[in-house]
Structures are given as C-alpha cells and as structure tokens.
Design a protein around this ligand. Structure first.
Ligand SMILES: NC(=O)c1ccc[n+]([C@@H]2O[C@H](COP(=O)([O-])OP(=O)(O)OC[C@H]3O[C@@H](n4cnc5c(N)ncnc54)[C@H](OP(=O)(O)O)[C@@H]3O)[C@@H](O)[C@H]2O)c1
Length: 303
C-alpha cells in the first residue's frame, strides 16, 4: 500500500509511521516542517513539504497513492477565546477541503479523524450509531463534518476514525503533562466526568488495521476498555510523575483562564463502546486501561 499521511509528524503520526513501515507500506508524510521531514526520510519515508492551508503549493505534484490518512490538527493547547475559536474553525474546515481535494486528485479513499464527542447519561454507552454532538470547542468541526458527510454521499470513499483522548509522548498530552508537573494544570471542579482515552500505540494499531482492511464508509470509535473519570486519570498521572496530588481548580477560575468553550468541552461526560473496532478490525489492546498505559507513556516521555 502507498499511504499518504497528512499530519504524520504529530503524536499519532509518530506511532503510526513506524508501524506502517514495519508492515511493508510505502509511506509519504505531508508536513510544514523540513527538519521533521528530513528525519523521516532517513527512516525510508517520502517527505512532502506543504501546508494544508495552501494546498495549491503541493497538490499538483502528488504522485499516486492508495489511501490518504488525515490526522493533521490545527488545535493548540491554551485559552479558547471567541476569536481563536473562529480561526481554528476556519482552519479545520480548510484542512477538510484540502484532504478531500487530495483524495479526489489521487482517486483514493480518505481516512478522516474525528473525536469522541458524545454526551452520555447515567447507564448510557455511546457507539458509532450515535451522532457526534458538537458543543464547546468541538463546534470547530461542524463544517468539516458536513463536508465529509456530503463527500461520502457523493460516492467518495471515506472511513471515519473516532478516537478518545490520545495519550503518549507528544502532542497535547505532552503539553498537559509538562503543565501538570509545573503546577499549571489541575482538575476542574469535581472532575467526576468520564473522558474516553486511548494509548497512542493502540490508537496507531487501530489505524494500521483500518488501512489494511479498508472497510469503506465505516466509522470506528477507538478507545480502551476502561471508562475513567478526569479525576482518576489526572491523579494517577500525577502519581506516575512522582507528584502528590494535582491541584483542584474552581470552575469559576477555569472559565476565566480557559474560556467558556474549552470549559464546556472539558466537562463532557462520555462513555463509549469499543466493540466495533475490536470485532470488525480485530484490535487487540496492549493497554486496556490507563493503569497500564500511563506508566508506559510517562516512561517514554521521561526517557
Ligand atoms: N490528541 C488527541 O487527544 C485527539 C483526540 C481525538 C482526535 N484526535 C485527532 O487525531 C489526529 C492526530 O492528533 P495528534 O494528537 O497526533 O495531533 P498533533 O500531535 O497535534 O499533530 C498535529 C499534526 O498536524 C500537522 N499540521 C498542523 N497544521 C498543519 C498544516 N497547516 N498543514 C499541514 N499539516 C499540519 C502537524 O504537522 P507539522 O507541524 O509537521 O506541519 C502535525 O503533524 C488529529 O486529527 C486530531 O484531531 C486527537
């Protein structure tokens, strides 16, 4: 398989690329970062310098591929003002237009990546039949989701991967971990809401399996076996980092520091089912819960 990864230098990409190379795929990575591409090229990856916000700079030079994997993300850690929200919304939409254009030009399927944005009530478990609910910052994906849906209805082959929070040595999780260690991250309010999680290696394995099997027009929630609350996860993360307890941040202060939109998303209570990714793709989790996954992720960060 010739696989083109948009966003292959980030947290998920850094686990996915070596997995695909080990399976014998030919891998191309699009990135804005020449140094990251040079490093990947030493591992046998074909680097493509380009920006998804300016696809006209690279799209005409793309060679044929069998699949496009869209794992680029315009989101960064920090306060979400209304102005920043508008910018990220615009970029998320542009990324989706670009990925769809690339898929059309290469006449190949696209794997898109969304997030487990569902609000479950007591006793409820969300699965792939649930519509994604957009609230808080997850509203940045409204237009993108509409475009993906329309392209699928027009016959463009699309697969949707829906991971929970991905943790591992990089990306937003690394930022969160560094802030926790320096006392700049804590638990908002009671922290008794659930957020689905997945270790980056297990998430990358799910993507590798979906690339191998290519079940067109399907969607897969990618999460571990163990629902856990924000407090359970963050306290265990702090203990793995050798800290006593993370601090608790009053909601009123969090709203000022993070902004209303981010706070609304952080308060999401969501429990999901991973039955489909296990049954259809055959995913076997190396880290069925954060209890095994977090020590491994933190060891990788600290080494
Ligand atoms: N992390 C999570 O908890 C989580 C949860 C659910 C879903 N997801 C989704 O999973 C995917 C992977 O997330 P991640 O955590 O691996 O992200 P990440 O570590 O933040 O990586 C972001 C990637 O996006 C690329 N990128 C950003 N702006 C770009 C642009 N203008 N043009 C081209 N590439 C650009 C970056 O490449 P360069 O900087 O090298 O250009 C980088 O490779 C994303 O689609 C994300 O929305 C993530």
């Amino acid at each position: 398989m010739k696989t083109l990864i948009l966003g292959g230098t980030g947290l998920l990409g850094s686990s996915l690329v070596p997995k695909l190379l080990a399976r014998g795929h030919e891998v191309s990575v699009l990135s804005r970062n020449p140094a990251a591409l040079s490093k990947l090229e030493t591992q046998g990856v074909k680097g493509i310098l380009g920006d998804l916000l300016e696809p006209e700079g690279f799209i005409s030079s793309l060679t044929p591929h069998d699949v496009v994997v869209s794992i680029a993300m315009p989101l960064e850690f920090g306060r979400m003002s209304r102005k920043r929200f508008e910018l990220i919304h615009e970029r998320t939409t542009k990324f989706t237009y670009s990925a769809l254009d690339i898929g059309r030009k290469l006449e190949c399927p696209i794997i898109f990546t969304l997030g487990t944005s569902y609000r479950t009530g007591p006793g409820e478990v969300a699965d792939e039949t649930w519509p994604i609910e957009r609230f808080g910052i997850t509203k940045v994906g409204i237009e993108a989701e509409r475009l993906i849906h329309e392209a699928g209805a027009d016959g463009q082959p699309i697969i949707q991967m829906i991971p929970g929070q991905i943790y591992g040595p990089g990306g937003m999780f690394l930022e969160m971990y560094n802030r926790l260690k320096s006392g700049r991250f804590g638990i908002v309010g009671k922290g008794d809401n659930h957020v689905p999680r997945i270790h980056v290696e297990d998430c990358a394995e799910a993507f590798a399996l979906v690339i191998d099997k290519m079940p067109a027009n399907e969607s897969f929630i990618v999460a571990d076996d163990t629902p856990c609350t924000v407090r359970e996860f963050t306290e265990f993360m702090a203990s793995c980092a050798g800290m006593s307890k993370p601090r608790t941040i009053p909601k009123i202060l969090a709203r000022i520091v993070l902004g209303k939109l981010l706070l609304e998303t952080m308060e999401m209570d969501c429990i999901v089912s991973n039955d489909k990714v296990k049954q259809v793709l055959g995913l076997e989790l190396k880290y069925p819960s954060y209890r095994e996954g977090l020590p491994a992720a933190i060891k990788a960060i600290e080494s």
